[in-house]
Ligand binder design. Structure first.
Ligand SMILES: Nc1nc2c(c(=O)[nH]1)N[C@H]1C(S)=C(S)[C@@H](COP(=O)(O)OP(=O)(O)OC[C@H]3O[C@@H](n4cnc5c(=O)[nH]c(N)nc54)[C@H](O)[C@@H]3O)O[C@H]1N2
Ligand SMILES: Nc1nc2c(c(=O)[nH]1)N[C@H]1C(S)=C(S)[C@@H](COP(=O)(O)OP(=O)(O)OC[C@H]3O[C@@H](n4cnc5c(=O)[nH]c(N)nc54)[C@H](O)[C@@H]3O)O[C@H]1N2
Ligand SMILES: [Mo]
Length: 715
């Protein structure tokens, strides 16, 4: 039997239309969905769905912790016992300390119109009286913070459809590794198509990625966290060599002249020219000039900023400058161009989805600061004293900054419960772990990360063990806690899906359920094209009606200059290397980040330049330690010319494994054996958005263990 399916992972695709071949209730393999256009192809992570579903590491029954937090000591329990315990503990804590004493620690382990782990958790907690919630996100927190200052509410339609790449002559992938770390299902195919049609691709990235290799790109290695300086210098060349379309920019933005004056040194500071930028970002001045000239002369040019360039210190400004560059070159809002905003900001097809039952009174904490909020509470200036955490679809102990602090925070909780498929580092710190259904065990409507289409899947396989869907777990718990009706509104999962389709623009829901794909009529939208065409007739919802490159609101709210400026990160003496922690092409975040996983091929690798290795006596394949003041972790050295000297790279998502086991105090620097990048990152974040800083982390690397190769086994 072959059925339409999709992963529903928060992987940059989310709902790639796939098909699964099932035999006797077991998934055999994943195929392309024949009803989907070839551009909507899946990736290797989708092909791994059966392996995850069938994995012998899956949790198949409820677990109750019997050892220390962080240990693997759990005992199996019945659903009855486990849910009775969870209901009792949540009820006690909420009654004694109020709803805000429960922290919603959910994320996007599963996405979809119904089985969206974040929405389900929020709905459950809100139906029961509320909770403390997390604000912003780890993905694009700095960009989301700053874009409304530029575009007002129109930030929500500032992206582009990937099909518009067919018009592009030049494509600037600025920290966007789209063939390995997807930013939408369709982008890889459209990028390769544009390349075949002769568009030139530029990859601005400290690593020479597969994306650069496969598009034969012009590689511009840049020091992590310095893109704003490079952007300012490009603007300098455009302005001083008469390549800027100043009339276009002036008529569509506020502050172009103010920004130009800053670039030219009119603020009394240095001229932000290529020679200045070379000293900051490491790109030779002559190369910057060549890039600026090619960018200024080739139209249309599409600038796609990856989220990486804002997951750094002062990551707000590169996003304002990418918009400024698209305005300065006249590419803003033109087909084959872009606004310079994040790509997935265009509305998808109309379809119903589960409602969070919003409670505006819920106190909020910036996501990066969740451990601080637990540890410090109201006395530390946070809005609530947190006693319990509800974890669902997240592995935040591993994925949030500063793992040592995250462990301390979990230890300070009275109670923590989680729904999981695997015993992740976060799950190991919970009191109760409830077995969650796999993507192949659920029926849902898939809402893609980007694009004007929808996917659909039926439950292809029966539940393994006693796993249940998050919806069913929450329904049961809500019933026990006395708010079952508020949570379910008397509907089954099937009833909800019927109602979502009834509210949708999908003309033939039965055909959609059969094929698993619906394409909306317009597949080639250019965000803010109407405004770019006639800025007076179609003003934006900003105070000036224009793109606010200079924003009074920004200056008022943040105390920073109204225009984007270069804000250097604080230096850390003795830590000369800058660590980047990008996405692995093999996995979605930490899913498969454990050594036994089907996606763990190759072990934990630190990529570094031979020059940096030689200076430290590190041979290829040697075991190394990467350390800074927060902690240290371990990897196997890969020496490569495909990385800028001075930068080292460790994929995010490997599972944390404390060197001295669960008994360690974690009061001082944490020693990790698992290759988990976040023992090295912090929770301070980038001012003013408090967004996470996960690239450009100052570290030192040293040889550890035997001097010779230890093979690629990793941990
Ligand atoms: N395979 C895979 N793809 C994914 C995901 C996944 O887990 N796995 N997750 C999805 C999610 S949730 C998100 S939010 C997005 C995130 O997407 P991004 O944030 O764009 O992804 P990253 O891999 O962090 O970074 C992309 C590239 O930027 C480079 N880079 C790092 N620092 C800098 C810098 O300072 N300047 C420049 N110019 N380049 C830099 C990295 O070397 C990397 O090649 O990815 C999505 N796609
Ligand atoms: N150092 C560093 N850290 C990073 C990043 C980085 O670039 N560098 N990237 C950040 C980004 S962009 C993001 S979005 C976050 C992601 O961080 P998380 O949101 O924590 O993502 P995952 O690690 O994928 O964890 C999702 C969990 O959900 C579980 N799961 C899967 N399906 C289901 C289901 O149906 N139900 C339930 N209940 N659980 C399920 C999975 O097994 C997995 O353990 O990580 C951030 N952390
Ligand atoms: Mo993300």
């Amino acid at each position: 039997m072959i059925l339409p399916t999709f992963c529903g992972k928060d992987c940059g695709g989310n709902a790639c239309p796939l098909a699964v071949e099932v035999e006797d209730g077991r998934p055999v393999r994943i195929l392309r969905n024949p009803a989907a256009p070839p551009e909507l192809a899946g990736c290797r992570r989708g092909l791994d769905l059966p392996a995850f579903h069938l994995s012998s590491d899956r949790i198949l029954e409820p677990l109750i912790r019997v050892g220390d937090r962080g240990s693997r000591d759990f005992r199996a329990a019945s659903w009855e016992e486990a849910l009775t315990l969870v209901a009792r503990r949540l009820d006690e804590i909420r009654t004694r300390h109020g709803p805000a004493s429960i922290l919603n620690l959910s994320s996007s382990g599963s996405t979809g119109a119904l089985h969206d782990t974040q929405t389900l958790t929020t709905r459950f907690l809100n139906a029961g009286g509320g909770s403390t919630v997390l604000t912003g996100n780890y993905s694009n927190g700095a960009a989301r913070f700053v874009l409304p200052y530029l575009f007002g509410p129109d930030a929500a339609r500032s992206g582009f459809d990937p099909a518009t790449l067919r018009h592009s002559r030049l494509i600037l992938l600025w920290g966007a590794n789209v063939l390995e770390a997807r930013l939408g299902t369709e982008l890889p195919a459209r990028l390769l198509e544009a390349r075949r049609n002769g568009a030139r691709v530029v990859c601005i990235d400290p690593r020479y990625t597969d994306t650069a290799r496969r598009t034969d790109a012009w590689w511009i290695p840049v020091r992590p966290g310095t893109d704003a300086a490079l952007m300012l210098a490009i603007l300098h060349v455009l302005l001083s060599e008469g390549l800027a379309d100043a009339d276009f920019a002036r008529s569509r933005s506020l502050g172009f002249d103010e920004l130009s004056a800053y670039v030219l040194g009119g603020d009394g500071g240095p001229s932000r020219d290529p020679a200045w930028a070379e000293g900051v970002c490491g790109v030779p001045a002559a190369e910057i000039r060549r890039l600026a000239r090619e960018y200024g002369r080739t139209k249309p040019a599409l600038l796609l900023p990856g989220y990486s360039i804002q997951r750094v210190y002062a990551g707000e400004d590169p996003f304002r400058l990418s918009v400024a560059l698209q305005l300065a070159t006249g590419n803003f809002g033109r087909p084959g161009g872009s606004t310079g905003s994040i790509n997935n900001r265009l509305p998808g097809p109309r379809v119903g989805s589960l409602d969070e039952l919003r409670r505006p009174e819920n106190p909020g904490v910036p996501v990066l600061r969740w451990p601080d909020a637990i540890l410090e509470g109201r006395s530390g200036g946070y809005p609530s004293d947190i006693r319990a955490a509800y974890v669902c679809g997240s592995n935040f102990l591993n994925q949030g900054g500063d793992i040592g602090k995250n462990v301390r925070a979990f230890r300070a909780l009275d109670f923590a419960v989680c729904h999981e498929m695997f015993l992740t580092p976060t799950a190991r710190h919970c009191d109760v772990v409830l077995p969650a259904a796999s993507p192949l065990e659920k029926e849902d409507i898939g809402i893609p990360w980007a694009g004007n289409w929808l996917a659909y899947k039926r439950a292809a396989c029966p539940f393994r063990g006693s796993a249940r869907t998050d919806y069913d777990i929450f329904s049961d718990l809500a019933e026990r806690l006395g708010f079952g009706d508020a949570f379910t509104e008397g509907r089954s999962a099937r009833d909800w899906l019927d109602s979502f389709l009834a509210e949708s623009e999908v003309p033939d829901p039965e055909a959609f359920r059969e094929t698993g794909v619906y394409l909306a009529p317009d597949q080639e939208r250019t965000g803010l094209a109407d405004f770019a065409e006639s800025p007076r007739a179609r003003p934006l919802g900003t105070p000036s009606g224009l793109v606010e490159l200079s924003s009074r609101a920004w200056a008022r709210d943040t105390g920073l200059p109204p225009i984007p400026v270069w804000r250097p990160a604080p230096e850390e003496p003795g830590r000369p290397l800058l660590l980047v922690t990008p996405k692995s092409p093999l996995r979605t975040h930490s899913q498969g980040g454990d050594p036994g996983s089907p996606a763990a091929r190759g072990g934990v690798v630190l990529s570094l330049h031979p020059r940096d290795a030689a200076a430290r006596g590190i041979l290829p394949g040697a075991e190394v330690r990467i350390r800074n003041g927060r902690g240290s972790t371990r990897a196997v050295a890969e020496l490569t010319e495909s990385i800028l000297p001075g930068t080292v790279s460790l994929y995010e998502g490997s599972w944390f494994e404390a060197e001295s086991g669960a008994s360690e105090s974690f009061a001082t620097a944490v020693s990790d054996l698992g290759g988990s990048a976040n023992v090295l990152t912090g929770t301070e974040g980038s001012p003013p958005s408090t967004a996470c800083v996960m690239h450009g982390i100052p570290v030192e690397v040293e040889r550890s263990g035997p001097t010779g190769p230890v093979g690629r086994s990793g941990t």
